[in-house]
Design a protein. Sequence first.
Lengths: 353, 353, 353, 353
Amino acid sequence: MRIAVLTGGGDCAGLNAAIRAVVRTARHRLNTDVVGYQRGWNGILEGDSILLDNDTVRGVLSHGGTMLGTSRSHPDLLQRGAQPLIDQLRRDQVDALVAIGGDGTLHTTKMLHEAGFPVVAIPKTIDNDVFGTDVCVGYDTALTVATDAVDRLHTTAESHDRLMVLEVMGRHAGHLAAGAGIAGGAAAVLIPEQPFDIDHIADQLIRRHQDGRNASIVVVAEGATPIPDTIPEYDPVVDHWGRPRLGGMGELVGRLLAKLTGYETRTTVLGHIQRGGSPTASDRLVASTVGAASIEALASGGGGNLIGISNSKVTLRPITEIAGKTRRLSREQIDLLVPMTTAADMRRRSSNR
Amino acid sequence: MRIAVLTGGGDCAGLNAAIRAVVRTARHRLNTDVVGYQRGWNGILEGDSILLDNDTVRGVLSHGGTMLGTSRSHPDLLQRGAQPLIDQLRRDQVDALVAIGGDGTLHTTKMLHEAGFPVVAIPKTIDNDVFGTDVCVGYDTALTVATDAVDRLHTTAESHDRLMVLEVMGRHAGHLAAGAGIAGGAAAVLIPEQPFDIDHIADQLIRRHQDGRNASIVVVAEGATPIPDTIPEYDPVVDHWGRPRLGGMGELVGRLLAKLTGYETRTTVLGHIQRGGSPTASDRLVASTVGAASIEALASGGGGNLIGISNSKVTLRPITEIAGKTRRLSREQIDLLVPMTTAADMRRRSSNR
Amino acid sequence: MRIAVLTGGGDCAGLNAAIRAVVRTARHRLNTDVVGYQRGWNGILEGDSILLDNDTVRGVLSHGGTMLGTSRSHPDLLQRGAQPLIDQLRRDQVDALVAIGGDGTLHTTKMLHEAGFPVVAIPKTIDNDVFGTDVCVGYDTALTVATDAVDRLHTTAESHDRLMVLEVMGRHAGHLAAGAGIAGGAAAVLIPEQPFDIDHIADQLIRRHQDGRNASIVVVAEGATPIPDTIPEYDPVVDHWGRPRLGGMGELVGRLLAKLTGYETRTTVLGHIQRGGSPTASDRLVASTVGAASIEALASGGGGNLIGISNSKVTLRPITEIAGKTRRLSREQIDLLVPMTTAADMRRRSSNR
Amino acid sequence: MRIAVLTGGGDCAGLNAAIRAVVRTARHRLNTDVVGYQRGWNGILEGDSILLDNDTVRGVLSHGGTMLGTSRSHPDLLQRGAQPLIDQLRRDQVDALVAIGGDGTLHTTKMLHEAGFPVVAIPKTIDNDVFGTDVCVGYDTALTVATDAVDRLHTTAESHDRLMVLEVMGRHAGHLAAGAGIAGGAAAVLIPEQPFDIDHIADQLIRRHQDGRNASIVVVAEGATPIPDTIPEYDPVVDHWGRPRLGGMGELVGRLLAKLTGYETRTTVLGHIQRGGSPTASDRLVASTVGAASIEALASGGGGNLIGISNSKVTLRPITEIAGKTRRLSREQIDLLVPMTTAADMRRRSSNR
């Protein structure tokens, strides 16, 4: 049985650990090397692959990014369907595929599975919003970077009595913003799951300052949105999927809060440093676990599944049930924001509207 | 409703984050301050407490250790039973208690619960072996420290073609050793769940060196033990609970492997730096979550439970079912060690004996 | 002898370590407590101070920011001169002052010294450009944060074959940009000391990609400027000191390089996280050294000096000679950029113009 | 001109950064590749070398250890003298050598220089005690690791009211112990430069605890020694150079302080994790600087020198003047320990004896 592996979508920490586990487990369990496709699905379409053995993956465990390269999906992938992929996989004598990726990758994986090709998916995204698993490869490292940024902003906020706004990633789900906000002790957290009321947040910050706390951190997910029609200058331009166009939400929130509170305010957009760097111990452990389990699944006929982790155990969930869904913060998790930050009152008020 | 909190047993990272969440949630949900007992259960027996409010817990989120102090249980706690504790709690007008701790703390908590006093427990231990939860406060930080140590030993092992042995904590369970071993890419991991065969490990290392890999890391849990009668000089002195006395397993393994392989070998005992320091983002998040949930549980009549996390959700499990049990590595988790390290073959051979 | 201390200008890591050393050394050498003025020079003008003793500074060694607060100088400080400051210092029975700060603080310190008040200055700035010392409090921490960002961007650049532009602080000097660029292995570094030729940098990056290196990092100091008239859209708006207005240089460089090279390009502005967070060991050591030495200097009549470090030794340099000067990268340090990055060739070409 | 490079002695962080700078600068300035000898001087004696070019050193900047391997000097190196080395260098058509190392390496380098072979030395040692430079490659990373350990021990010491003893490296000089002790806020620091009086240290700790500070950290350099005849059980076994045999000083101090103070005491021996791991930004910068400067020196006839850093500038000092000397803590640096720790009073008392 000859196995191939690829990484698709945006890069994150832990991908190399997952690739290494796939290769080492394939050698150990199936006594076979692994074909690695370059730059995501493009590597299959273009027949661009390398052979991966234990030597090739030596030392990559602690390296960020992906040794195979990655890319957003090839433009005409969806139009052309599974057949060109399957043709090339056959040419390369590949019997089964491990696809490491997020949303887009799951979509293509589902297509392959429905066309009868044995494939499993490993969830990776710093947004941690893949459905059907508790944790995605890359999230813990991004959470660590974002929390470190909140820690650093605290000391400068307190030295200058400032309001500091930090924009982190998270288009559809607030796991990263809420995680870093709670772990870092932010005063408020704005998440995609809960449209925000900027006036109320400003009121909360003013009350907080009146209590003698002159420094505050506000964490904003890039996908957070205001309650409709509450911010005249907010222009919800939509992309071609009808989703609000991202960009600048942290800057907008910073500008509005500065005006509404009168406090000295600074905004930081964390950007790409959330994706990169050496994976945390936890990300390496998760990646090694699901990487090894992906081979076990393929070896025992478990194709068509997402290899996730739930309750510290490996779980298999049918890709057909998962593709297209998003795991958002639960009501319980949002409620936890309340005593940990001032975001809660915001929530209550906004739900009265 | 007046709530008290204490921390018992060995310290770890994240305790302050849990205390802060207890205090802030008590203020937010119940509009009450919290009584903090000093130095674990001793604080109750000696009537030594302080008042905790939002100001008291400001800034402690990122601090290691516990602002309340902690201690191994008071010597005559078990003999005297729950009554002296309850008497003092009543004198202090405390209606319910949050006890943050491990094994010993759970035992006393159970005693209190059975005597009818409302109490919940929050699991903490760097060993990660409290039954009834997936994750314990303090584990992720210890895992991070231990993995960082493995990373550092790798570079010195490779520069000198050495065998490096690292002893980490873990008396009854190998979560920390296996976690750091997998995340750090150790050649072998020795855990309490699986008696080891030193000759076989030496053989594996020799074969590995013959394959051109002249540097190897072996991670040893302090509670790892050899297969009975395989090491003449191993003296399984037992403590007064009948458990093998800890201490020196890393040194013993290092000495034996040096002799059996002939390789230059160095041993490092990681020791107390595993416990301390600023908690990781994940530990702060876990601690904040279970800290907040402990107040919710007490407020809604959920006394007598361990407040754990399973599947990213808060779980309540009756303390009476949990106290005295240990969560060990599962067979699946041990099997994962195989392709990631050479430990697996060791396992198979040892089980043939 | 009664000593006061203040921190002025932008915050950075290590200020608390310096304050702690001032307080502990004053207690040890002079057997006196210390007056701490709040929010920089404003604290003197407004008579806002606290008493600092060994207890007050306990535990602050590892904390970022400044426990005294800080501020850009009070607007009418320069107009009113030293007298109002001296009047308040006398009212508070202060005999001598330790001022921790950068440019602006040195200016006011000089004013005080010339008016006859005993004062010493401790250099702090993440830009590392205070004249008369080799190293400033706060630089090493900022260098560590910026280098970590370069490391992280590397992995994402390599995974996606991207050009990543990172803007770091540094208005007048390129120590931070050059330091992080060399330590992180950037392909090019743009610094204030050396106007850049954007076409030539683009050529260098293209040649580099032609050699098979498809990922490149370009570090841009916020104060870097193009060779005059080489970039039509560059608008060198000047502030009221006649200095080019800062802001957006990273974004501009990123936009231009994307156009000139055709490579996928992303820009990150590191911003305020460079200032904050726990100081590195080196920053704590430097801050403790100059903090202690500042008391020794005042106790032995060394008023009017900047307390710096040169050649691992404490040095005293007259403030009157230092204020208003900037320590820039030397020609030797700039030359070092050449083999470490591609910046060197840029230099040679630009100097031919 | 053909250049060779090797790394000798114990490994540390930053060696790869230095090698990379040597290779890149040789390519840039001299348009030549570099010969890399394996495992220190053994590589020359055994004719074991590899060719190093820009591709070979790609990505090693942030890696700990040395890609060339290293070793303590070959046993019969000193007896056989420079000739066998020069013979092999000639056979390999090597014109000049860069030797990166500490004490032992300097000795051999001096021998080569005196025999007329062009050679320069780059100082590396985590002890930071090479004479003729302010800073050695590897020190800053070791300082960071040791300070992090002190930080971690603080939180556990405070949680349990314990005395924690930490043994760090430093056979002849206390730079690392003093640096980590000051940066970490230790209560006392024991260094080779200053024999210690264990009774006095115990008295200081008792007085400190009487002042309400129940947690203390004591940092012990491995080469610290007691004042002669003050500790009956101290056995100053000497090695064959007449130097006290190392090992166990931390454990001995911990045992004695536990007995003398009666406080709960724990000892940690930091060991090999001080050497390894990714170099700090500062170590990479220092290593890159002296690596590049070593080529400049050889290219311009500067053979026979140690390439150091002093006052942020590259310095050249004749190896013949430096070999065999040790840079110890200065009196001023030792005095700084006084207000920062309790070690100072110890000093005064001991000097009265």
